[in-house]
Design a protein around this ligand. Structure first.
Ligand code: SF4
Length: 289
């Protein structure tokens, strides 16, 4: 597998600036579609428009910075394992702290010093819990770490692009989720099925081999941190057919610029409620703010 370690793509936007996604080349094609973009569109097409087409900024959060730093620490661990490097706990927790401080600066996250210290302590405890888990202790060399895969499929007019946190032997994609409380793993698996199926299809297309299973690793940031691993079988024919139907309809909606509000629970944490109220669908995007 062409497993080039890389940092995930970051889209930086300015207010009112038309930005990177959906990127279209001169023939009007989207450059690519990612599983997270598909999920975003399906969740609320108008939020997708605000976030990925207009690029309206969203405030960052401590949870986001924390999660990205934990993610990067685990990436450092598996890269070191892959390269026979330094996997000592102090090295990996240092990677967490360094990433946290970097993201805090890049994302302009303002937090009190006392809260920052608490978050660093909590993050290091979570990383140590992972290093002490059976998942980290399994004696395997990964097939890829932070794997970027982009593949064309006949069903879609644009390639699918995905970044897979970790690929373990058996071509098993692994996705990390940092969560605040013990997850309902069945519900989570249902909610992330699209993403996991996309990863499976990307790996199988890139390698010509079958994925044997898929995993979500939950890093639960409770007082006593916990690591929960949910291993699932690969998507079967019916699940893959369902994926393509969903993906085709979502991409069609994006190509046709089909945006409209889809109110629900997710409005509670949507950054664009005011813009949503201002939106009429009549082409006055300059008034959205
Ligand atoms: S407030 Fe709700 S309906 Fe409006 S854009 Fe956000 S998620 Fe969509």
């Amino acid at each position: 597998m062409n497993a080039t370690p890389t940092n995930s793509e970051t889209i930086v936007s300015k207010p009112g600036q038309i930005i990177a996604f959906p990127r279209k080349s001169s023939d009007g094609q989207l450059d690519h579609i990612s599983p997270s973009a598909l999920k975003d569109y399906l969740g609320c097409s108008l939020r997708f428009y605000f976030r990925r087409v207009l690029g309206l900024p969203e405030p960052t959060s401590t949870a986001l910075v924390f999660g990205k730093a934990v993610h990067e620490a685990l990436q450092a661990f598996w890269l070191a394992r892959w390269r026979d490097g330094d996997t000592a706990p102090e090295t990996i927790t240092h990677a967490f702290q360094e990433a946290f401080e970097r993201f805090q600066t890049v994302d302009s996250l303002e937090i009190k010093e006392v809260d920052r210290e608490k978050l660093l302590t909590k993050g290091k405890a979570l990383v140590l819990a992972y290093l002490d888990s059976d998942h980290a202790k399994q004696e395997v060399i990964p097939a890829g770490v932070e794997v970027r895969l982009e593949e064309d499929f006949a069903s879609l007019p644009s390639p699918i692009l995905g970044y897979i946190d970790l690929v373990l032997p058996g071509l098993m994609p692994v996705d990390y989720k940092t969560v605040a409380s013990t997850p309902n793993v069945e519900l989570e698996a249902f909610q992330h099925e699209l993403q996991l199926t996309a990863y499976q299809l990307l790996i199988e297309s890139a390698t010509g081999q079958k994925v044997t299973s898929r995993e979500i690793v939950y890093l639960v940031k409770t007082k006593e941190p916990r690591i929960i691993v949910n291993r699932m079988p690969p998507a079967d024919k019916a699940a893959i057919a369902r994926f393509w139907t969903i993906a085709e309809r979502a991409v069609k909606g994006i190509y046709e610029e089909n945006w409209y509000p889809q109110p629900g629970m997710h409005c509670s944490w949507c950054s664009y409620r005011q813009q949503c109220l201002n939106w009429s669908g009549k082409g006055h995007d300059d008034e959205l703010g």
